[in-house]
Design a protein around this ligand. Structure first.
Ligand SMILES: Cc1cc2nc3c(=O)[nH]c(=O)nc-3n(C[C@H](O)[C@H](O)[C@H](O)COP(=O)(O)O)c2cc1C
Length: 203
């Protein structure tokens, strides 16, 4: 099939992208509002950008449900300039999925789902101890991409502090991916495990 994006509705293009750009890692993002309310939600338009400065990216979709068209996480990041990316892994899969519900801004998903938090070292939002790796981030740049349905806001964050469960990392900063047990997002409500890892020879 040959497809011209211009001929597609945003929701059709969205389906095509989420079904083709797979699997996607999952950032479980904790933020705090200007009023001091905590928030937690998963985001899979998430990636590493570069190591120096250490930079991660998140993309927040246009939210037709809210008057300002923003997800609570984005609104909080804009207000405070801070967020924590908690890496989502197998033991948290059900809870992570449940925290994606469209809860009222007054609701803290952290309290609602009984998650354990600890203070962050460099930023105000708390980190989620159930997650094995937590990146404390400060907002670097907000990049609006498009307008209206299907559009998004790309957020770049500088990593200011990292917490890694001791059993996952060696003295040379290798992460034990089998022990990390990350999960990947596919399309719709589908996910995948990283259970078959293979190596290729030297290049
Ligand atoms: C695994 C998973 C990944 C998601 N990835 C994204 C994403 O990359 N961008 C986005 O805007 N929404 C994404 N969502 C939807 C948000 O989690 C959902 O809209 C949530 O209610 C946002 O919460 P907030 O308003 O508290 O920020 C994802 C949902 C799930 C379950």
């Amino acid at each position: 099939m040959e497809i011209s994006p211009a001929a597609l509705e945003p929701r059709q293009m969205h389906k095509l992208i989420i079904g083709s750009v797979v699997p996607r890692p999952i950032a479980w993002v904790s933020t705090i509002s200007a009023e001091g309310r905590t928030n937690l939600a998963p985001f899979s338009f998430f990636n590493g950008v570069c190591a120096s400065p250490p930079t991660l990216s998140l993309s927040f979709s246009y939210n037709p449900e809210r008057p300002d068209h923003k997800k609570d996480s984005l609104r909080n990041i804009e207000a405070t300039g801070e967020f924590v990316i908690n890496v989502a892994a197998e033991p948290q899969q059900e809870t992570m999925h449940a925290t994606s519900g469209d809860f009222d801004i007054q609701v803290s998903e952290i309290e609602r789902f009984g998650l354990t938090t600890a203070p962050s070292v460099r930023v105000t939002p708390p980190r989620i101890l159930e997650s094995p790796i937590q990146f404390e981030c400060r907002l670097l740049q907000i990049i609006p991409v498009g307008e209206g349905r299907g559009s998004a806001t790309l957020v770049l964050g500088t990593v200011e502090h990292i917490h890694v469960d001791d059993h996952l990392i060696d003295d040379d900063y290798h992460i034990d991916i089998r022990a990390l047990k990350p999960i990947g997002r596919l399309a719709g409500n589908s996910y995948c495990y990283v259970h078959e890892i293979f190596d290729l020879g030297p290049r």
